[in-house]
Design a protein around this ligand. Structure first.
Ligand code: SF4
Length: 783
């Protein structure tokens, strides 16, 4: 942990620099790019019924969009306003009225015809609801009825049959903390959060390699570092204000490198609305792009290290920071031996990059005195996600890019709540202040004054699968309590997920809006509880940004939903109903009491208790974790780990497929068109040569399929790596196998291999297959 404090916002240069402009054509006329002014006007129109409240949220609240982090309109990185269309789009969730009764209580089959975007636009959930098997409509129930029924059921089951999940929808640290504590109070460790499907491997890998579980550096370290690498991350689209930081970095001479199978247009060039010369003429962001195969990053990084070891052989000190290695790491010889054994032809085939290209990157990093690695789902959402991130840590350690200014490793987060969710203990592997291990369990147990179960809780994917276990299995899921989340859209194999959701006795959806998962039947009852947003939470709430800034978001006066309650309060109320005889052990009276307890249970969060007004913020861990190279591991050293190349399962004639995001906020879709490349949600992005070989034309109906699913779309010729295709997420989840988890962090695998065919060929073949089937098989099906 570092002693140095963050220095506070910096200023942008006042004069423009045409060197970085995209073109002299003003406002990127004629180019495919987001239309910020039009989008902003639409948001104003959408919020016209509640504009004063919307303005107060924007000027006083902490953004409930991504985890870049901003309080009101100002952040800790650069002076000047900080706002983006992602935040503006999410704003309506906070300002819209409740769903009208005639819509809410219509036939469930009518509601089921709507997709999640349409359900979202209906409005907020106004009061507790229930729906039992055979009932065609929701029924309004009271809070007492709802919570008594849930509590009654929990009392009858084995705590291992109870599970909680919390998404990242604007949820505050206070609510995550209360949920984590309540779950353990009720005897279960089955509690998980949305990071399971995004950055769980980042935390697991950083922990094993460096002893940390979060970004080691700040966004300010981007500005002036020699090289800033975005690895499988489209920060310009998912954390839009990051483009402002990238602009500032370029103005200080930083080289920006993008490593991605698709040459993401928004990382290539961007028109940053709040910077006049960029808004007018655009900014070239990436200086170079390495188009790696999907899943080829480990090979690429091994190739880079192999070059370094060869450079060192010829010219010692030319590539590796020997001092850092000697003073701060373990495992150098094992790693070197492992990498030197690698075969160049295998590394080239796996990565999709030539030895020469790997050398270019190796040389660039070798001559850089500082560097920051930023990554996202492109590295984490693999069955070898933890290994991917440990490779990044290997690179950072070998170059000594850690624990000092302009250096670091940064898993950039996509949702404002998600960094805090694990840190607060809403995670089966974590308790506040540390891992779920015996030492920490005993420490927290002493503070909480009740026994914390000692068995390992399940990750959310396994929890869902537990719903289809036999009735008498001790882990058969019987009560599933989910705060937000739409598993039908975020997990692989939606048909299987639906079956799991239906197989739970009681499902509780604590949320602000309906989504498609809320409407799925349950065996005994679906209970829907109306949650308050972070801005409605009494006593305010905090959230933690990617760079570990803990921001206080005050309660904002105005608009309220009839019966919506603060989420932490609902958990506490439920716990007291299940165990009224121990209620004093879980009795938080207000959000401040929770913050006081967080400060005690999580030493890094000491300081959160003092946050109580707009703009209050502190950064846990100081400016740089690992300051001076000291790692919070047992021996204070980082671990260099030899990483084995993953087996990439791509049979002959198949393509790798991965998923990408368009105009959306996590799984919430805001436009059918991706403003960065003009693609529709069902467009499949293919390389021109692949299209040529398959005889596929732009815009033609095509099918991507494998044994898990069939995806119908249209061909879009684009600059993706040959042999690799891209589909939009979550639509593309039908192609992803279920039950394939990364072995250390439990993230589902979101990449696979598919065959791509013209739709007419696919359908013709399907008919042939049907005709060719034996008569007996058809008869069996009919009987
Ligand atoms: S970049 Fe992220 S934190 Fe900043 S305004 Fe946009 S959504 Fe909010």
């Amino acid at each position: 942990m570092g002693k140095t404090k963050h220095q506070g916002p910096m200023k942008l240069p006042k004069t423009p620099d045409p060197k970085h402009w995209v073109s002299m054509v003003p406002f990127g006329l004629g180019k495919v790019k987001p239309k910020h002014i039009r989008d902003t006007a639409k948001v104003v129109w959408d919020n016209k019924d509640n504009l004063p409240y919307a303005t107060r949220i924007l000027t006083q609240g902490v953004c409930d969009g991504c985890a870049l982090g901003v309080a009101g309109l100002y952040d800790q990185t650069l002076s000047g306003p900080h706002i983006c269309t992602t935040r503006l789009n999410v704003l309506r969730l906070n300002t819209m009225p409740a769903i009208k009764d005639d819509i809410l209580f219509q036939d469930i089959d009518e509601l089921k015809k709507m997709n999640s975007s349409e359900l979202r636009q209906l409005g907020r959930i106004p009061y507790p609801l229930s729906r039992k098997p055979g009932e065609k409509k929701f029924t309004r129930i009271s809070w007492d009825e709802a919570l008594d029924r849930v509590a009654g059921k929990i009392k009858t089951i084995n705590p291992k049959q109870l599970a909680f999940f919390l998404t990242a929808r604007g949820i505050t640290n206070e609510s995550y903390y209360a949920a984590g504590k309540v779950a353990r109070f009720l005897g279960t460790n089955n509690i998980d959060n949305a990071s399971r499907i995004c950055h769980s491997p980042s935390k697991t890998a950083l922990k094993r390699s460096l002893g940390i579980g979060a970004s080691s550096c700040n966004y300010q370290d981007w500005i002036g570092t020699d090289v800033l690498v975005f690895w499988g991350s489209v920060a310009s689209n998912n954390q839009p204000v990051s483009t402002k930081y990238m602009y500032a970095a370029k103005r200080k001479g930083t080289k920006i490198i993008m490593i991605n199978p698709y040459r993401e247009p928004s990382m290539d060039q961007y028109w940053i609305p709040s910077i006049p010369d960029s808004a007018l003429f655009g900014t070239k962001l990436a200086d170079d792009v390495y188009q790696v195969n999907i899943g080829g990053d480990i090979a690429f990084m091994n190739g880079v290290m192999k070059h370094w070891f060869e450079m060192e052989q010829k010219n010692p000190g030319s590539a590796i920071d020997r001092r850092f290695i000697n003073e701060h790491t373990n495992g150098f010889n094992d790693l070197k031996g492992h990498v030197e054994k690698q075969d160049w032809s295998v590394l080239e085939k796996s990565s999709g990059l030539t030895k020469e290209r790997m050398l270019e990157f190796a040389q660039l990093l070798a001559k850089s005195k500082s560097g920051v690695f930023v990554w996202s789902m492109g590295l984490t959402q693999h069955r070898f996600g933890t290994d991917n991130i440990s490779q990044v840590a290997n690179l950072a350690m070998l170059r000594g890019f850690l624990g000092r200014k302009h250096c670091g490793v940064m898993p950039i987060r996509g949702h404002s709540g998600v960094q805090g969710s694990g840190e607060m203990g809403a995670d089966p592997f974590v308790l506040p202040g540390g891992d779920f291990d015996e030492k920490n369990r005993k420490r927290v147990q002493k503070l909480w004054r009740f026994e914390i179960p000692d068995w390992q809780g399940d990750i959310v994917g396994v929890t869902l699968e537990n719903a289809v276990l036999p009735e008498d299995h001790e882990r058969k899921l019987k009560v599933f309590y989910t705060s937000g989340g739409n598993f039908l859209e975020t997990m692989p194999d939606p048909a299987f997920v639906e079956k799991c959701l239906q197989n739970v006795d009681i499902r509780i959806h604590q949320d602000i809006i309906l989504n498609t998962s809320t409407l799925v039947d349950a065996k005994e009852e679906v209970i829907v509880l109306p949650a308050a947003t972070r801005y409605e939470q009494a006593g305010g709430g905090t959230s933690t940004s990617t760079e570990r800034m803990v921001y206080f978001s005050p309660e904002i006066k105005g608009h309220r939903i009839e019966e919506a309650r603060s989420e932490w309060e609902i958990y506490v109320d439920l716990a007291k109903r299940v165990k009224p005889y121990k209620s004093e052990l879980i009795d938080f009276k207000n959000a401040q009491e929770i913050r006081n307890e967080i400060a005690k249970s999580h030493p890094m969060y000491d300081g959160i208790q003092h946050l109580h007004k707009k703009g209050d913020v502190f950064q846990w861990g100081g400016a740089w974790l690992l300051e001076g190279g000291v790692c919070p591991t047992e021996d204070g050293r980082g671990n260099l780990l030899p990483i084995v190349l993953p087996e990439l399962r791509k049979p002959e004639g198949h393509f790798y497929v991965t998923t990408r995001r368009g105009k959306q906020f996590n799984s919430m879709i805001y436009s059918e068109k991706d403003p960065n490349n003009n693609a529709g949600r069902y467009d499949i992005l293919l390389h021109a040569k692949d299209c040529e070989e398959l005889g596929i034309k732009e815009g033609e109906a095509i099918v991507a399929y494998n044994k898990y699913g069939v995806y119908h779309g249209r061909a879009k010729v684009d600059d993706t790596k040959q042999g690799n295709i891209q589909v939009y997420w979550p639509e593309g989840n039908v192609l992803i196998p279920k039950g394939v988890y990364e072995q250390y962090a439990g993230i589902p695998e979101y990449n696979t291999a598919v065959v791509v065919e013209k739709a007419e060929t696919f359908h013709a073949k399907k008919d042939t297959k049907y005709v060719e089937r034996r008569i007996e098989e058809l008869e069996t099906e009919l009987s």
